[in-house]
Design a protein around this ligand. Structure first.
Ligand code: ADP
Length: 316
């Protein structure tokens, strides 16, 4: 399967970013900032990540019937993404993230989920055939959990593998109805810790957390460990797949690129090892450029990085 069909069910936001010398304290005004308005949301980032890596992508989301929603849809179209199933809420505005960044790169983010929270299980039932036609379904948690569960159920029953990036991670355990239908769970170290109570600081603790997560039902757990790479666990055992040595400047969207890379490789029928290797390469490349979507790599860049460092593949 050269160009897998990937269905992403998730969030679409508009990120409004002001960069200034420092972040104001409550009640204070800091002037002299620079403003940028960029598309964002984990669902959108992952859809763009998979599309840039050569997949045929259908993005299922909900935006408002407003300017930001229209701009977001136009942006996804420019990436070659099928936007036919992006709904427009009459009542809720497009999701917005207000982001303040200071000179040291520290940030403060406030999100108004808007239409993402008006994205309901009924919206999923209408597109069941789209999910059934996918090579892979990608989910994250910036939409209501029941909506993600509705999508996972359809995929699972149709034998479509489900990738779940458990972000943002809610307090406490994830719903077993969701986890039992997940083929690939992809927490980063903080998310793995939040879901298991096991502090994840190295390969050993990642292994302990992954083993606990496997007991909740997913077939595979890939704990992403930043520059160190990924600990991949299944009932057959665990392997560590090292990260690619790159000149990292901004880790924003590394996880989204990882998930996009994973989906494309799984959808193309690659083995777990190969798929995680490609996902690691996509994550690494995303750290070499500033921003979220602008940093998501293309298939040619991925191939170049993998060809350049074949010996970095370390598995234990
Ligand atoms: P998140 O963005 O969700 O916190 P990570 O930071 O763990 O996720 O990054 C996801 C993947 O991207 C990692 O498993 C790794 O393969 C790759 N990656 C992230 N940071 C770096 C880095 N500094 N150098 C090389 N690869 C990286």
């Amino acid at each position: 399967m050269a160009h897998p069909h990937i269905v992403v069910v998730g969030s679409s936001n508009t990120d409004m970013v002001v960069k200034s010398a420092r972040i104001p304290v409550p009640g204070e005004t800091v002037t002299g900032g620079e403003f940028v308005c960029v598309p964002g949301g984990k669902g959108a980032n992952q859809a763009v990540a998979a599309a840039r890596l050569g997949a045929q992508v259908t993005f299922v989301a909900k935006v408002g019937d407003d300017l930001f929603g229209r701009q977001a849809i136009e942006g996804y179209q420019r990436e070659g993404i099928n936007v036919e199933h992006i709904g427009r809420s009459k009542n809720a505005p497009t999701g917005v993230a207000l982001i303040l960044v200071d000179d040291a790169g520290e940030n403060l983010i406030s999100v108004a989920s808007g239409a993402n929270h008006a994205f309901m299980p009924e919206d999923i039932e209408r597109i069941g055939d789209v999910i059934c036609s996918a090579s892979v379904l990608m989910l994250q948690l910036e939409i209501p959990e029941e909506t993600a569960i509705a999508a996972a159920k359809i995929a699972y029953d149709a034998g479509v593998p489900v990738i779940l990036d458990p972000a943002p991670t809610p307090e406490g355990q994830l719903n077993p109805e969701l986890l039992q239908r997940v083929s690939y769970l992809t927490p980063n170290e903080n998310e793995a810790e939040r879901l298991t109570g096991i502090p994840v600081t190295d390969e050993e603790s990642a292994k302990a957390a992954a083993t606990k997560l496997l007991s909740y039902g997913p077939e595979n757990v890939f704990v992403t460990l930043g520059a160190a790479g990924t600990l991949a666990a299944s009932r057959a055992g665990t392997i560590m797949i090292a990260g690619f040595p790159v000149n990292a400047v901004d880790s924003t969207a590394a996880g989204d690129a990882f998930n996009g890379g994973l989906a494309v490789a799984v959808g193309a029928g690659k083995s777990v090892k190969e798929a995680v290797l490609e996902a690691n390469a996509a994550g690494a490349l995303a750290t070499t450029k500033l921003g979220a979507q602008p940093s998501l790599p293309r298939a040619s860049e991925l191939k170049e990085l993998i060809d350049q460092f074949p010996s970095t593949l370390v598995m234990t």
